[in-house]
Every structure is written in C-alpha cells, then in structure tokens.
Ligand binder design. Structure first.
Ligand SMILES: Cc1cc2nc3c(=O)[nH]c(=O)nc-3n(C[C@H](O)[C@H](O)[C@H](O)COP(=O)(O)OP(=O)(O)OC[C@H]3O[C@@H](n4cnc5c(N)ncnc54)[C@H](O)[C@@H]3O)c2cc1C
Length: 402
C-alpha cells in the first residue's frame, strides 16, 4: 500500500490524512508537540471551510461545537463603545459570523475522525529527507529511519520540511510589521463578561487588545503590537516584550498581561507571509501555512488549509498516484496549479488592512470606528459588497486578529 508521511497534525495535515486514508493510502502523521496542539481563536464555516467539512462528513460535528457570537464591538480605553458590527451585518458577511468555532475544536474533530490507516506520532519531527527514484528516505528526530512514497510538509508557518527542502532564504518571508499574542483566559467571578461580543480596543501606536467569546467560562484574548521579530522559545523574554509593548494601553490590558503568564495555551508570533516559487520538489510537497502562509490578517488561513488538503488529495487521486507512485511529482504540480491562484489572491490583503487591525494613533482608532459605523449604513451596502467581491475577499476575516 502506498505510504504517505504528513509532518504536522494541524488543520491541513489532519484533513489531508483523512482524505488520503479514504483514497486507500496508509498515512503516518508526525507532530512536534507532545499532544494535539490546543489554542487559537475562532474560525468560521463560510466558503471553502464548510464545503470541505461537508465533503468529509464532519459538518454536523463542527456545528455542534459552535461558540455563540453577537458581533464585534470597538471600545475606548475606558470601555465606552465607539462602534459595533453585529453578526447580521452585510447579510451575515460581516467581521464575525454566527457560525464560529474555536480552532482547537476544529483540530480535535478532524483528528478524532482518523481511521485505522492513519497513525499519529507525537513529539516527533523530521531531521533529514533524501529523495530516491522510488521514495523518500526520512530520518526522524527520534533516530528512526523509514522510506515513504510521499512526504507532505503541513507543519505551519515555520515549517521544518520547507527549510529542509527549500532552505531558509529570508526572501521567502514578508513581514507585515505586527506581532500577536493569543491565549485563553479563565473567567473569575469578577471578570468582565463579553456577553457574546468580540470586544476590541485600539490603543494607538499600532496596538490592539481584544477579547472574544470562547468555551463557556473562558475568553480568547489577542494582543497585537508593532514588531518584526519576537523571541522564540523564551517565555520570560516574551512576557517582558509584551509588558513593554503594551504599557499604558488601557482597558483590561493589565488583567490580560497577568493572565498570559499562567495560560496553558499562550502563544506569540509575528504576522508574516510566505512566498515560494514552487511548493514541491520530487515527492515532497508543502500544504497550508507551510506553503503559502497568508498571515491571520487575511482571515483565510484555515479555509485555505482545508481547501489545500482537498486539492492535494484530488490531484493525487486524478493521477492514480497511489497505484502508480511514479506519477506523484506530476500530481504535485497539478495540485499547485489548482491551488496557487487562491493562495495568491488571499495574500493580497485589502488596502489599509494592517492599519485597520492596529491603527497608528488614537485618531486612527477613532477614524476606524467611524468607518465601521459608516460602512453599515444602508446607503453603503452596495459599495461594500462590490469592493468585497472585486478583491476576492469576504467582508469577514476569519479569526480576525483585532
Ligand atoms: C496553536 C495554534 C493556534 C492558532 N491560532 C490561530 C488563530 O487564532 N487565528 C488564525 O488566523 N490562525 C491561527 N493559527 C494558524 C492556523 O491554524 C492556520 O493558518 C491554518 O489553519 C492553516 O493550518 P496549517 O495546518 O497549515 O497550520 P497549523 O494549523 O499551524 O498546523 C501546523 C502544525 O504543525 C506542527 N508543527 C510545527 N512544526 C513542526 C515540526 N517541525 N514537526 C512536526 N510538526 C510541526 C504544529 O505544532 C501544528 O500542529 C493557529 C495555529 C496553531 C498551531
């Protein structure tokens, strides 16, 4: 039986594992983390996400774990509301959808759907890949060595497979000039409640502090600030950077900075895009953020991860690559031809997008709030719909990192 290795048990990796298993492949998924990675904010089910989940027969499972939403509210440092955008805005195409679920829950649903032909190995990654005419020899971090017919890098924006195959040329990365910390806050009796709203405070100096609904009794916090790089793997240095960047930001920032230190799923990263001239070499291919990270600012990362996995599985099936593994390289080119236009379009952020997420000044924050009110006026609806359609973006941005 043809054997595929998928590196990364995230959204794209576990989706692909399900699809390949259904097409008769044996699949091994290795994940660097010791268990399925938790954390992340909400993702929605519009467009590609819904379609692929329906095809997988998992739509019912994800619909059963939706997080109730009322919309987005922009507030001042004192908590005064400047503008709101309810989920009903733009006929349900606003910033927040009524059908949102936590990334954690989506990852869990995908992971739990795997059948017996999918083996997951946690706390494992790849250290070397050597291509041969009839397969790829893989040296794992554990010291284990095996040959696979196909190797897929679904290991996210900082992909190891990408660096093993394509090197670490800085030209692959485009910084968007912002960093983002996110984590889950457990509500205490005196924690201000969100009442279903995603609440955003733009604090000026390109800083944004946000809290959105999570599981019952929890809030998902996002802290955004200007930075081109963040310390990796050094928690104390990360907290020190956050303290410094968000000093004096107001609203609940002090509460959030304290909560970050004990949050089990705290994460900090920069907003970057990945641009590669090719996504495959021989029998090794990239999918999801590893190939085309659009950054959370696109709002399309999860939808593209799901769609990319489906396009890759379809291309392999069209080429009958499982029965004829020599066809794999051609199938990988076919996949890239189908997927690249979508990824390229998603990388084209709406004009002013970075400034909207984190305005440079308090005046910018007020202007943004005013704009949010204006675009919802009935007279503006047609203009906004046309702008969204022309840019290829929904008005909404998934996991909007506000
Ligand atoms: C914990 C987490 C939280 C996130 N939260 C958000 C969010 O709130 N908003 C948003 O827009 N996007 C978020 N993302 C990114 C989002 O999941 C992706 O943009 C999108 O779903 C595409 O998924 P992906 O499978 O390509 O990448 P990811 O979902 O990032 O999955 C990559 C997987 O590969 C694993 N991995 C990384 N390096 C290695 C390695 N060397 N070896 C083996 N495995 C490795 C990671 O642990 C992860 O499980 C988050 C990602 C993670 C991992």
């Amino acid at each position: 039986m043809a054997h595929a290795l998928i590196v990364g048990a995230g959204i794209a990796g576990d989706t692909l594992a399900l699809l390949l298993e259904r097409d008769g492949w044996q699949v091994t998924v290795v994940e660097l983390a010791p268990a399925l990675r938790e954390g992340g904010q909400t993702v929605d089910l519009r467009g590609d996400s819904r379609e692929v989940l329906e095809r997988l027969g998992l739509l019912g499972d994800v619909l059963s774990v939706l997080v109730p939403q009322r919309g987005m509210a922009w507030i001042t440092a004192n908590g005064h509301r400047l503008a709101t955008m309810p989920v009903e805005a733009f006929g349900g195409r606003g910033f927040v959808s009524s059908e949102e679920l936590l990334r954690t829950d989506l990852a869990r649903v995908l992971h739990d759907a795997a059948g017996p032909a999918v083996e997951h190995r946690f706390g494992e990654t790849v250290d070397a890949l050597t291509e041969h005419p009839d397969g790829v020899d893989v040296l794992f971090r554990s010291g284990r060595q095996e040959r696979f017919d196909l190797v897929v890098g679904a290991d996210g924006a900082h992909s190891r497979v990408r660096s093993l195959v394509f090197g670490d040329d800085p030209a692959q990365r485009t910084s968007l000039g912002l960093a983002h910390a996110w984590f889950t806050l457990e509500e205490q009796p005196d924690t201000p409640r969100l009442d279903g709203w995603c609440v955003v405070h733009h604090a000026g100096r390109r800083r944004a502090v946000a809290a959105r609904p999570g599981h019952p009794g929890e809030q998902e916090v996002g802290l955004t600030f200007a930075a081109d790089a963040v310390p990796r793997g050094d928690r104390e240095a990360q907290f020190a950077l956050l303290d410094q960047a968000l000093a004096g930001a107001g609203w609940r920032t002090a509460e959030f900075l304290a909560a970050a230190r004990t949050a089990p799923d705290f994460a900090l990263d920069t907003y970057e895009q990945i641009h590669l001239p090719a996504w495959s070499a021989g029998r090794v291919v990239l999918v999801g953020d590893a190939a085309w990270c659009t950054s959370p600012l696109s709002g399309l990362g999860t939808a593209l991860g799901l769609r990319g996995a489906a396009e890759l599985a379809d291309a392999l099936e069209r080429a009958d690559a499982r029965a004829a593994p020599a066809q794999i390289p051609a199938a990988l080119h076919d996949y890239e031809s189908a997927m690249r236009p979508r990824a390229t379009s998603a990388q084209r952020l709406l004009p002013g997008r970075v400034g909207m997420v984190a305005p440079a000044s308090r005046f910018g924050a007020l202007t943004n709030a005013l704009l949010m009110r204006l675009v919802q006026l009935p007279i503006m609806q047609g203009v906004v719909a046309r702008a969204g359609a022309e840019s290829g973006h929904a008005t909404k941005t998934q996991s909007q990192p506000v």
